[in-house]
Write a protein that binds this ligand. Structure first.
Ligand code: IMP
Ligand code: MG
Length: 187
């Protein structure tokens, strides 16, 4: 159960400021711009956590691209992965022969993106890469790494800029560590 103490008061520490995020997003977009020249990549946003990152990233890519959206779930409302990845909403476009870039907020255990890439590869894309704003490599249980990532983060539960706890905090413009009191019922 989410025990709100007053929105920003729920944050223990700001990990990444708006400025940190903006600079890193530009840097990743520049790499994508040069790596995908003439390839018209299909950027797939993983709903809902990747939305702010996806929008900012796409706006900074200086070339043709297309957008599509997919929703999967392995985390329900809490903080622990149940290990099951379910497709809640599939993309609308065919990816056969396309250069596909999956955009997600964070790679944690790697379970979600491991399942998702396996599935998308069966649809024969020309290439398939993963961009994650955040990476928590210490928590990995699958043999997978993002092709592009913004920041390595410690093994703490972070929220903001799309990342949620019980669907809250996605609208914070920065990324912060949640006070343990907020989720102490689960510990
Ligand atoms: P994975 O399958 O364990 O890699 O988890 C991927 C998903 O778990 C992410 O897309 C997030 O929705 C969620 N997640 C993992 N770590 C965090 C966190 O620290 N804060 C918020 N969501 C997280
Ligand atoms: Mg997510």
């Amino acid at each position: 159960m989410l025990r709100k103490m007053g929105f920003e008061n729920d944050i223990k520490e700001v990990l990444l400021s708006e400025e940190d995020i903006r600079a890193k997003v530009r840097e990743i977009a520049q790499r994508i711009t040069s790596d995908y020249k003439g390839k018209n990549p299909l950027m797939i946003c993983i709903l809902r956590g990747a939305v702010p990152f996806f929008v900012d990233l796409c706006k900074c890519v200086e070339d043709y691209l297309e957008m599509d959206f997919m929703q999967v779930s392995s985390y329900e409302d809490g903080m622990k992965s149940n290990g099951i990845v379910r497709i809640k909403k599939d993309i609308d476009k065919s990816i056969e022969g396309r250069h596909v870039i999956i955009v997600d907020d964070i790679m944690d255990s790697g379970n979600t993106l491991n399942h998702l890439t396996k599935l998308l590869k069966t649809r024969n894309p020309a290439s398939l890469k993963i961009v994650c704003l955040l990476d928590k490599p210490k928590r990995r249980t699958c043999d997978i790494t993002p092709d592009y990532y913004g920041f390595i983060v410690p093994d703490e539960f972070v929220v903001g800029y799309g990342l949620d706890y019980a669907d809250a905090y996605r609208n914070l413009p920065y990324i912060g560590i949640l006070k343990p009191e907020v989720y102490s019922d689960e510990k």
